[in-house]
Design a protein around this ligand. Structure first.
Ligand SMILES: Cc1cc2nc3c(=O)[nH]c(=O)nc-3n(C[C@H](O)[C@H](O)[C@H](O)COP(=O)(O)OP(=O)(O)OC[C@H]3O[C@@H](n4cnc5c(N)ncnc54)[C@H](O)[C@@H]3O)c2cc1C
Length: 476
């Protein structure tokens, strides 16, 4: 790293007239974004710190699979990738709740025919890189790690494959380098940049459930959940007929489990039905293969710096994974920026300003919702009232599809802006709760009225007599 080379990120079909867009990070959002910018005709250069995962033997990263839903699909559709990706996804129509007594009960995600898709993260990333690679005006630069960049000149310094520093210039830097973004570091040095980062006290660990007799060990078209109030396990199906089980639990509880026997005792107590499906020996080993991973939520604003740089995906808004929206929101970022490009005629300075204005409230709303949904997934689904309300909300949605739309439906199956979905949810909740109270009061008053009107027809039983009869029924 002793010399600095200054080069222009030339593309395969370089044209000095076209603006050069440097996308830092070739993960899910970066590679999709490359397709969006290339489709608009910009010269695009992607810089990714890892090697080319399409050639790598082992792909390291976060979750093995992810839930893809409407927002993500709409963005993929725009670059002609939706069909290819969904053909390798497994539909999940409902949550399948596993009780400690082995009982399972499904809770549908939405109306009949609505589902989310379990997709393989590595395959999705590979497909998107290949799609970006097919544009003649795009270059993919692997083993290029952004070291720093200058907000004054827009010059970026990378550590290249040979360990040498390289300086590169672009018209716009798009920071898609994830939750621990190096691009974002320069934003932190600017005045009036708001930033917050929260680690939740819970970590996650992935375990594999192998196929059973050549087929899925559990029903494949569900997202399986073992909600245990303060922690939970979930399982998503994979194309190879395995399930990836993810255990979310406070770090202090992970630390209490120190031996294979303790793992089995823990699973016998909380997830007994999963033991024969994962396998005793596999559980004992896999539990200690990797330490539990941390989860961080990042919020910041604004998302742009002058007309030089914009943050997108996890670099702008890392969210905890409990609404299955991190990637979906990141993909929607690309779609929203593209829509604003159309509206403002690719005037980059104006586009970036508008993008921050439109997108910040939505990404902040999904960050908060993701935090809320952890409690819903691990605890609320155990409550009878919650299940009743889910059921009622779904019935009301069928009767009045335009007036009552369940929150999950708005977030997962529509492109209703996230912050509008939250506002509407609060309003609906208030109306439904007040109506339930009203129904309760009216029924009680009606009952009293009928009793009083017909009191002469009732047998003459004294209150003392009734009390004695009731005590006799008490089981003590
Ligand atoms: C356990 C778990 C489960 C999840 N499940 C879901 C789900 O079901 N549905 C969903 O929508 N979302 C889910 N998410 C969220 C999702 O993983 C992220 O939102 C998504 O990966 C964000 O994509 P990204 O491209 O912005 O960031 P990343 O995927 O983190 O990609 C960033 C890329 O930038 C590269 N990079 C980093 N630093 C540099 C640098 N200095 N220079 C150059 N390159 C760099 C990295 O190597 C990486 O390739 C889940 C997350 C976790 C942790």
């Amino acid at each position: 790293m002793d010399s600095i080379e200054t080069v222009s990120p030339h593309t395969r079909e370089s044209s000095s007239k076209r603006k050069v867009i440097a996308i830092v990070g070739g993960g899910l959002v970066g590679s999709l974004n490359a397709c969006f910018f290339a489709k608009r005709g910009f010269d695009v250069a992607v810089f990714e710190s890892r090697e080319d995962i399409r050639l790598a033997k082992v792909v390291r990263g976060r979750s093995i699979n992810l839930a893809l839903s409407h927002r993500g699909r709409q963005a993929l559709k725009h670059v002609g990738m939706e069909d290819k990706i969904i053909s390798k996804g497994i539909p999940m129509h409902a949550r399948m709740i596993h009780n400690t007594n082995g009982k399972r009960s499904p809770i549908p995600y939405g109306k009949k025919g609505q589902y989310i898709l379990s997709v393989d993260r590595a395959n999705l990333n590979k497909e998107l890189l290949t799609a970006a690679d097919t544009f003649p005006n795009t270059t993919l630069n692997f083993n290029h790690k952004l070291h720093d960049w200058s907000p004054k000149t827009g010059a970026m310094t990378f550590i290249g494959p040979d360990g040498q520093m390289k300086e590169l210039q672009a018209d716009l830097i798009v920071g898609c380098d994830g939750a621990f973004s190096a691009v974002r570091k320069q934003f932190l040095r600017q005045s009036r940049f708001n930033y917050s980062q929260t680690y939740i006290p819970h970590g996650y660990m992935e375990l594999t459930m192998p196929p059973k007799d050549g087929d899925f060990a559990m029903e494949p078209n569900y997202l399986h959940i073992w909600p245990r109030n303060t922690f939970m396990m979930i399982a998503l199906p994979n194309l190879d007929r395995t399930f990836t089980c993810t255990l979310f639990m406070p770090f202090e509880d992970f630390e209490k489990i120190r031996s294979g026997d303790e793992v089995i005792r823990f699973f016998q107590k909380y997830f007994p039905d999963s033991i024969p499906l994962i396998g005793v020996e596999a559980l004992k080993q896999d539990f200690f293969r990797l330490p539990a991973q941390a989860m961080v939520s990042v919020k910041c604003s604004p998302y742009h710096l002058f007309d030089k740089c914009v943050l997108m995906g996890d670099a702008a808004h890392a969210v905890v994974p409990f609404y299955g929206q991190g990637m979906n929101a990141g993909f929607e970022d690309c779609l929203v920026l593209n829509e604003i490009m159309d509206q403002l005629n690719e005037n980059i300075a104006a586009v970036l300003q508008e993008y921050t204005r439109v997108r910040v409230p939505d990404d902040h709303a999904i960050a908060d919702l993701a935090m809320y949904n952890y409690v819903e997934m691990r605890a609320h689904v155990n409550s009878k009232y919650f299940l009743f309300r889910k059921y009622l909300d779904n019935i009301l949605h069928v009767i009045m599809p335009k007036t009552i739309v369940p929150l999950y439906t708005m977030v997962t199956f529509t492109r209703t802006r996230y912050h509008e979905a939250v506002n509407r949810w609060h309003w609906q909740d208030k109306v439904i709760t007040q109506s339930l109270w009203l129904c309760g009061v009216v029924s009680a008053a009606g009952g009293m009225y009928v009793l009083v009107r017909n009191s002469h027809k009732l047998p003459n039983i004294s209150a003392e007599h009734l009390w004695t009869r009731m005590l006799a029924l008490k089981p003590f």
